[in-house]
Design a protein around this ligand. Structure first.
Ligand SMILES: Nc1ncnc2c1ncn2[C@@H]1O[C@H](COP(=O)(O)OP(=O)(O)OP(=O)(O)O)[C@@H](O)[C@H]1O
Ligand SMILES: [Mg+2]
Length: 233
């Protein structure tokens, strides 16, 4: 479905991605794991058109998207839920969600209903301003806003960041539910253990290079992965 081939991305003279390949098939959850500064966020930003690659190709269903601007990609169904939530603090929960459907002419109330049934906490707080939500609730809002864009591929950047264990569990459970409802997901996570537990396949990125890829269950057994990312000796 989504294919990234030999992607190079620079920030000025710094080469953040040194020729990475990645594929996401329809219906999969694919996890992208790696340490701080490995290039995970850069990968998502480039796929969603926020960064221009120096070279390489990004295709969705064999259509070249490499030069398509970000606002058009979101209409193509490539939806990016950024690191750090980025809700609009002074707008209400409902207004934040409606922004996720921005530019769509058709009625959005059914989409809103679906998001509220998935996240009852957001329904209860629909008129509250986003800055009054807890960290976990803001993460739900960010994911909900992404769902309002009717994603074909939902890319989540560190959805569990900064959350306590109960909320981490809840967020991963919700990701599984979103997947079961038909979404294809590319998941960036520091919590490699949880990410590998729900993913079909996974990639490991180190210093701008893909060093491992495979079935998530195989990677979870890989000694190097266990040492570097699962906190084992
Ligand atoms: N705007 C920028 N200008 C210059 N360098 C940048 C910029 N953004 C990222 N980088 C560099 O690119 C590399 C990859 O960064 P990136 O944010 O993609 O990493 P990451 O894997 O998402 O890390 P983290 O887990 O900390 O979020 C890092 O070395 C980082 O310092
Ligand atoms: Mg990042």
């Amino acid at each position: 479905m989504l294919r990234v081939a030999d992607l190079h991305v620079h920030y000025g003279s710094i080469e953040a991605l040194k020729g990475i390949d990645l594929e996401v098939r329809e219906g999969e959850i694919v996890a992208l794991i790696g340490g701080n500064g490995a290039g995970k966020t850069t990968t998502l930003k480039t796929i969603s058109g926020l960064l221009r690659p120096t070279s390489g190709r990004i295709t969705l269903w064999d259509r070249d998207l490499t030069q398509v601007p970000a606002y058009r990609l979101s209409h193509e169904g490539i939806v990016h839920v950024p690191e750090g939530r980025r809700c609009f603090p002074r707008m209400s929960v409902r207004e934040n969600l409606l922004l996720g459907a921005w530019g769509r002419k058709t009625d959005v109330s059914a989409d809103l209903g679906r998001v509220f049934s998935l996240f009852p906490r957001l329904a209860e707080r629909s008129n509250q301003v986003a800055m009054s939500l807890s960290g976990g609730e803001q993460q739900m809002l960010a994911i909900g806003r992404g769902l309002m864009g009717r994603p074909k591929i939902l890319m989540l950047d560190e959805p569990s960041m900064g959350l306590g264990p109960m909320l981490v569990k809840l967020i991963f459970q919700l990701i599984t539910e979103i997947h079961e409802a038909g979404a294809t997901i590319l998941l960036v996570e520091q919590n490699a253990r949880m990410a590998l537990a729900i993913a079909d396949r996974a990639y490991v990125l180190e210093s701008g290079r893909m060093v491992l890829e495979g079935a998530a269950s195989d990677l979870a057994q890989n000694p190097a992965v266990r040492r570097s990312y699962l906190g084992e000796k």
